[in-house]
Ligand binder design. Structure first.
Ligand code: HEC
Length: 114
């Protein structure tokens, strides 16, 4: 009797393992190359006065994609972000360039509000 139970367990276990290994075998047949779809992030900034300054000064620490990734923001919020980059993170941007960058951001990625 004990032998029969043991045999039944072995059969059950191997059936279980066979079933659960099947997806892996399938993946091996398909080969190691898989493709995934990543969300689209805009790679190019909009044209406009001051874009060159943004492309050079705002791409030192992170990609300029951080800009189009934001929702549209009022001018004062863009200005605050530019000054946060300077004061908090140490972005090497002069006050003159900061003004040009803030107005570019407000014009291209703004809400129209001040
Ligand atoms: C000295 C490094 C540095 C420079 C230069 C820099 N940033 Fe940043 N920026 C950061 C850091 C650090 C963060 C926060 C990163 C994070 O949370 O992953 C950040 C985040 C941002 C964000 C995301 C929103 C937020 O408030 O955190 C925006 C937008 C942004 N930067 C815009 C700019 C713009 C515009 C410029 C050009 C004036 C600029 N950055 C230059 C360091 C920098």
């Amino acid at each position: 009797m004990k032998k029969i139970i043991a045999l039944a367990l072995v059969v059950a276990a191997s059936t279980f393992l066979a079933q659960h290994h099947a997806p892996m075998a399938q993946a091996e047949e398909m080969g190691p190359v898989h493709s995934i779809i990543l969300p689209t992030i805009p790679a190019e900034l909009k044209e406009g006065a001051g874009k060159d300054k943004v492309m050079t000064l705002c791409a030192i620490c992170h990609t300029p994609d951080y800009i189009p990734m934001q929702p549209r923001l009022p001018a004062r919020t863009w200005d605050a972000i530019v000054h946060k980059m300077i004061k908090v993170f140490g972005a090497p941007v002069s006050e003159e360039d900061a003004k040009a960058i803030s107005s570019y951001l407000a014009a291209q990625y703004g809400t129209g509000e001040k």
